[in-house]
Design a protein around this ligand. Structure first.
Ligand code: BES
Ligand code: ZN
Length: 455
């Protein structure tokens, strides 16, 4: 094992340089103009995987391709099989003017590597590739078979990966899936995440006049879709921060006293959080702490809001339409389809007759909850402890990784969520970064994990 750890130690500069190469691809899955960049990024990964000794190929899908890479299999022996999942697609980098340096020109400052996709998720899955490289290149036998599945559509809902899992069910059957695409509370507290929130996405459009109108000539006699939408949205949350949609909380699994106590012990500080986020004060559903609000309670969030004239100066119009992009975060045991229905029914009920309501459904996934006391979880905790030299914590997180539900349903495998991101990494924000200490600790954690999983 020492030879593997030494290999990792001695090759840090090269791993960082390779990660920088990977970060140069603007692999923004949501934007159609980047289709070729995603393809190029996937091809770079296949080439890299082959170079380090994996058997790798591109698997085309109806959307962006999947990269599939395997450790060479020994013919006779059947070893335990684990899958490592990651995603090479990234969120849109906009607004560009807030980046200190361009999002796809990686920059290192101290121990921070700045680039879109650095923490979410290229840096995190690359730690696992470095670890397997260390085994393969030092001729150290791996105690298990590994399959890497690195997709290009996580940030847009993983629609094609679910199909891929079904059509490759036998090949991908495994004992557990390992995912580093979550976070840790701070650099001194490695973590095993045992729950994620689910999600439903949709767009709401209110249509008014057949075209933008002169607001002086017609304003006052027609409803303004932007105002109507603002009023509609305003009705959806009460003054206590609760979502005012009938049935929304019906199936929410209440938090146990034990869990709430554990949450309170996590090393997060509300004043620091407020400062980090730049808000005047924290706000959330009354009766719950910020940690609970952002990991174990459901939300209704406006992600985008558009209507009327957005250019310079003023333009006196009544806009023809107003639109909003919404996502709700879901918790155990909320059912995505049921919540979607509850939201739609309520919107239809309260929408004024002066505008036309259109609702377009987007992706959806239920929340994820897995036992933190399983043998696999215990092995992961041991690997974290050794790699970081610190006592790991257990936590629930508010983000979503929709495909982990399919790993369970289609492959029968639980997912170990072993994140390497810090709260200040700016995932999905301008100036995203990845901490190079987390990168190195993550590589060690991965290398140690494959041993620990067998004990
Ligand atoms: N890495 C995140 C998920 C995440 C982040 C989980 C932090 C826990 C803590 C992932 O890349 C992501 O952003 N997922 C999307 C999924 C959605 C687009 C379906 C999300 O959570 O918004
Ligand atoms: Zn993300």
């Amino acid at each position: 094992m020492q030879v593997v750890l030494d290999y990792l130690k001695h090759n840090q500069p090269r791993f960082v340089a390779e990660l920088c190469e990977l970060l140069r691809f603007p692999s923004v899955s949501a934007q159609p103009q980047h289709k070729k960049d995603l393809r190029n990024c996937a091809e770079w990964l296949v080439k890299h995987c082959r170079q380090i000794g994996l058997e790798a190929k591109i698997c085309p899908t109806a959307g962006h391709p999947i990269v599939l890479a395997k450790t060479p299999r020994e013919k006779k022996t059947r070893k335990p099989h684990y899958m490592v999942y990651g995603h090479y697609d990234v969120q849109p980098p906009e607004p560009l003017d807030l980046w200190h340096t361009p999002p796809f020109e990686p920059r290192i400052e101290g121990r921070s590597l700045f680039a879109r996709g650095s923490t979410d998720n290229k840096g995190q899955f690359f730690a696992h590739l470095a670890a397997v490289e260390a085994y393969l290149q030092t001729g150290t036998p791996l105690p298990c078979d590994l399959t890497f599945v690195i997709e290009g559509e996580e940030e847009v809902g993983s629609a094609n990966l679910a199909k891929f899992l079904k059509s490759h069910r036998n090949e991908l059957k495994c004992d557990a899936v390992v995912v580093s695409d979550t976070g840790i509370p701070d650099a001194d507290h490695p973590a095993l995440t045992y729950a994620l929130r689910g999600i439903i996405a949709f767009e709401i459009t209110l249509r008014g006049p057949s075209r933008d109108l002169h607001s002086g000539i017609f304003g006052g006699a027609v409803d303004n879709p932007a105002m109507a939408l603002s009023q509609l949205l305003g009705k959806l949350r009460d003054k206590n921060g609760r979502i005012a949609i009938p049935g929304f909380y019906d199936d929410v699994a209440p938090l146990t006293t034990y869990e709430r106590k554990e949450f309170a012990r996590l090393p997060t500080n509300d004043a620091e959080l407020q400062k980090l986020l730049g808000v005047k004060r924290l706000f959330g559903e009354r009766g719950f702490t910020p940690t609970e609000q952002r990991s174990a309670r459901p939300t209704f969030e406006i992600n985008g809001l558009t209507s009327g004239y957005q250019g310079q100066g003023s333009k006196t119009i009544v806009p023809a339409w107003a639109r909003t992009k919404i996502t709700c975060r879901l918790v155990p045991d909320q059912n995505p389809a049921r919540i979607r229905k509850a939201v739609c029914n309520h919107l239809k009920k309260i929408c004024p007759p002066s505008v036309r309501l259109e609702i377009e459904a987007g992706h959806g996934a239920e929340a994820y909850l897995v036992s933190p006391t399983s043998a696999h979880a215990q092995a992961a905790l041991r690997a974290l402890r050794q790699a970081f030299g610190r006592e790991p914590v257990l936590m629930r997180e508010g983000g979503s990784i929709p495909i982990v539900n399919d790993f369970k349903k289609v492959l029968g495998a639980d997912t170990l969520l072993l994140g390497l991101g810090l709260p200040e990494d700016n995932a999905h924000s301008p100036n995203e970064k990845f901490d190079l200490d987390c990168f190195e600790n993550g590589q060690r954690m991965s290398a140690l994990l494959w041993r620990e999983l067998l004990h």
